[in-house]
Design a binder for this molecule. Structure first.
Ligand code: 13P
Length: 254
């Protein structure tokens, strides 16, 4: 089966939630629940929670990620964090290009590409987010939109580096709204992204890339979404803040 060619990755994106103490407590709660997971388990946490999260996850199968990184290695960028800084403290993953960064904080396809490049150079694995607005879906340009986002972000990425890229398809209209893409919609876009990867890198490389779905994925709908042939995992917002719900999603990925 094609899905055996790539690791399933369930990642929680906590967004701007939980203090360091609450982060440690949630990871302590989740840890035993996901100890036997057949998939990769990641929590992408606020910058100030990283140290506490790394300590709470030490010795477990839970990996820790950040939610953004800057493209420069250092310099006069007040308020930003460099990828190398994340790597040095033991962070393994970083989300790049989340729609909230694009919509609220001015990220463009070009800066997403720069952040992706910097993250790879620092040795991180990138969770690259792409997805259309509702208006774009209505205009029937969903696939074109995610193809452009993906192609620009990966412009400087080699076939070898593709092993450290996870793509998260997150339709913007499904994020935090309780509206989920249908399984057919999720699989159609994920499979379109894989077709683009095959054009750019060849079929074998494309088949090895984990492509997640994100947008109101929860304990009740995860199994059906994750059963789709091109849905290889999930990027979970709200439901990743509840230990039992997140653990059920992880279990659904096996
Ligand atoms: P929700 O799961 O809360 O819809 O958020 C999805 C998301 O944006 C994950 O990055």
């Amino acid at each position: 089966m094609q899905k055996d060619l790539r690791p399933a990755v369930i990642a929680g994106n906590w967004k701007m939630n939980l203090t360091p103490a609450a982060a440690a407590a949630l990871i302590a709660e989740v840890r035993p629940l996901v100890a036997d997971a057949a998939c990769t388990v990641v929590f992408c946490v606020p910058f100030v929670d990283l140290a506490a999260a790394l300590e709470a996850a030490a010795g477990s199968n839970i990996k820790i990620g950040a939610q953004n990184c800057h493209w420069a290695t250092d310099g006069a960028y007040t308020g930003e964090v460099a990828a190398g800084m994340l790597r040095e403290i033991g962070v393994e993953y970083v989300i790049v290009g989340h729609s909230e960064r694009r919509t609220l904080f001015g990220d463009t396809n070009e800066t997403v590409a720069q952040r992706t490049r910097a993250a790879l150079d620092a040795g991180l694995t990138v969770i690259l987010c792409v997805g259309e607005y509702l208006e774009q879906r209505k205009q029937n340009i969903t696939l074109e939109t995610v193809r452009i986002q993906t192609k620009i972000a990966l412009a400087g990425v080699s076939a070898g580096e593709l092993k450290r890229i996870v793509i998260a398809y997150e339709p913007v209209w499904a994020i935090g709204t309780g509206l989920t893409a249908t399984v057919a919609q999720a699989n159609e876009v994920n499979s379109g992204i894989r077709a683009l990867l095959a054009e750019l890198y060849g079929k074998a490389a494309a088949d090895g890339v984990t492509i997640q779905y994100g947008g109101s994925m929860n304990a009740a709908n995860a199994e059906e979404l994750l059963a789709q042939p091109d849905v290889d995992g999930g990027l979970i917002g709200g439901a990743s803040l509840k230990a039992a719900d997140f653990a059920r999603i992880v279990a659904a990925a096996q």
